[in-house]
Design a protein around this ligand. Structure first.
Ligand SMILES: Cc1cc2nc3c(=O)[nH]c(=O)nc-3n(C[C@H](O)[C@H](O)[C@H](O)COP(=O)(O)OP(=O)(O)OC[C@H]3O[C@@H](n4cnc5c(N)ncnc54)[C@H](O)[C@@H]3O)c2cc1C
Length: 299
């Protein structure tokens, strides 16, 4: 039976520094021709070298069972990343890694990785002809207004979203708020007349990751479906230190407003409160995703 996802062997071809905090890694290999991506926020799992520095060598057929059976200390760490670009015909796939220091295996690997290193990734298999999932960018067909809130970890996805929209005939009126660590991380992205693009730089600011995005959610000028009466009366609490904050919705077909929010989970939780409770945004138009959590390891 054909499965939606497959474990692919990839080799690092080259690395390119895009900015002080962002490095683009281009991976290649014959198997890359069989990877598929369905949306600009297509997520994948990346298996990294283990604590002993051994490259991941899971079997494509039994990788999950093998991984679970392994002693945790011997396992190749696995983390979630976004396909930034796929050139299947050229057998190349780009992934943008945020360099946030050496406290985590992914960022640590990215700081020093050199061409020739082998990783494994779990990604959608082009041979599967159904919808493999693993993406949340599913805007309604007629979208008048769009709100994008993202920190640097979600910048690869948002850059792809902006590229996709810029290619359409009538891109929606869009507010995009992008928060990054350093001024040099404000990358060039496509724009259009009704796009209001705001970069916020944390550098030297006495604030926590996501604070600028919280302010942006409070102050957005977009005509949100601002019906306090529609506000969610009982918003359930989410312990972002124990579970991943992931509230995504398929929008109704007639939805005219859409929002896509991703970043540090504590900040996304506050934004959830603002958008759903204070601004009365319908859940069906709101995607809220904790991409990482301060002080925690999310596999
Ligand atoms: C759907 C999805 C898509 C993602 N796409 C990307 C992507 O394309 N590029 C990308 O770089 N990241 C992306 N991320 C985020 C990435 O998975 C996390 O940042 C991950 O924790 C990095 O792993 P690590 O091994 O470096 O750190 P971990 O071992 O997971 O964490 C170690 C410590 O570092 C902290 N930490 C983790 N990430 C950051 C950060 N960015 N800044 C500061 N501190 C941090 C943790 O809180 C922890 O204290 C994505 C996450 C999701 C859920």
């Amino acid at each position: 039976m054909m499965r939606p996802y497959h474990l692919f062997d990839v080799t690092l071809l080259h690395r390119m520094s895009l900015s002080p905090s962002i490095c683009r890694f281009t991976f290649g290999g014959v198997e890359v021709a069989s990877i598929r991506t369905c949306a600009p926020d297509q997520r994948i799992k990346v298996f990294l070298p283990n604590a002993a520095g051994q490259a991941p060598a899971l079997s494509p057929d039994t990788w999950l069972a093998d991984y679970q059976a392994m002693n945790p200390a011997d396992r190749p760490p696995r983390r979630t990343y976004t396909i930034r670009a796929l050139r299947a015909a050229d057998r190349e796939v780009d992934i943008d890694f945020i360099l946030h220091g050496s406290t985590g295996p992914a960022s640590r690997w990215a700081l020093t990785a050199h061409p020739g290193e082998r990783l494994q990734i779990v990604a959608p298999d082009a041979k599967f002809d159904g919808d493999p999932g693993g993406y949340e960018w599913r805007p309604p067909p007629r979208m008048d207004h769009l709100l994008l809130l993202a920190d640097e970890t979600a910048l690869p996805a948002v850059a792809g979203i902006l590229e996709e929209l810029a290619r359409t005939t009538h891109p929606p009126a869009t507010e995009a708020h992008l928060e990054v660590p350093a001024v040099g991380d404000c990358l060039s992205v496509p724009t259009w007349p009704s796009l209001r693009l705001h970069w916020a730089v944390r550098e030297d600011a006495p604030c926590a990751a996501g604070d600028f995005l919280i302010d942006a959610a409070r102050n957005t000028k977009l005509p949100l479906a601002a019906h306090p009466a529609a506000a969610v009366a009982n918003l359930s609490d989410i312990d972002v230190d124990r579970s991943i904050l992931w509230e995504t919705q398929a929008p109704p077909n007639d939805g005219r407003f859409y929002s896509w929010v991703a970043g540090e989970a504590g900040a996304v939780k506050t934004i959830r409160q603002i958008l759903l409770k204070e601004r009365g945004l319908p859940r069906s138009a709101t995607n809220l995703m904790g991409y990482w959590r301060r002080g925690q390891v999310l596999e």
